[in-house]
Ligand binder design. Sequence first.
Ligand code: 5AD
Length: 322
Amino acid sequence: MTADLSREGLERLLALEDFSPVAAAADRVRREAVGDTVHLRALLELSNHCRRRCAYCGLRADRRDLPRYRMAPEEILAAAREACAAGYRTLVLQSGEDPWYTAARLGEVVAAVKGETGMAVTLSCGEMGEADYAHLRSCGADRYLLKHETADDDLYRAFHPGSSIQERVGCLRALARLGYEVGSGFMVGLPGQTLSVLAQDLLLLKDIPCQMAGIGPFLPHPATPLAAAAPGSGELTRRCVALARLLLPQSNLPATTALGVRTRGERNDVFSYGANVVMLKITPNAYKQLYDIYPAALPRTDIAAQRRALEEQIRALGRVPL
Ligand code: 5AD
């Protein structure tokens, strides 16, 4: 199958009545380009403070009813040691845009995690200046996740007060220049989003170009301005993952947590649509429910047991957990 991956072509593929040949092609490309390995990543949500006011996100600064937490460096290090002992080789450190965690403070944490555990460190802490990104890189950060969220100029402005897609892409390009492995991604099913916008989202991943892309359904949060909006479709999300695989054969594409929340039983289906990564939350139970980006019923954290259970699920799919 040779697919037309132009903007119009992508839009047509997303709208297909029968997508199964495209999904099969994505699965084949995945196997040939990156093999059967599924990478397990430990995800630690280190602070739910955020200075931004993104319209869809439950951590937005003007939300007053959410208790805020911030893990101390020593707590982060303790969780990192436990993840390493459980077999993880990558730690993802994610947070809201928390001004307390300056690049200097975050850099000390990164250096300590790397020094003590040798794990690869992925940061996902939002927009910073190039000098800050450079400092964090010099402290040992290997990768950076910064989803572009939506490539459409007007939608971006509508959902992100005071910022623009141009600034977002500027950050992604700075990260790439600094030698980070760069991850972007977007939400599927935002109010006002069309298939043409999703095609643009997919092409932006290729244009940057990204080594990783997290694609998840929009889930309305009751404490946000988008409370009454409809959630994004799980099937359309999987289709976007499949097309991302065709556009970027070598990339790392997670089965996102949001997709798991939206589709539950079908969560594993995205592994046959090109996905090859899964992130497991290792956030301590005292904080886990407070990292309330979107509504989700989360299991209590048990780092080692949950990793073993996930490895089993992945083997049952005929894939190889790493
Ligand atoms: N629904 C789905 N995903 C969301 N995110 C934030 N809020 C929501 C929501 N309501 C995603 C964004 C962000 C990531 C941390 O979580 O893509 O980058």
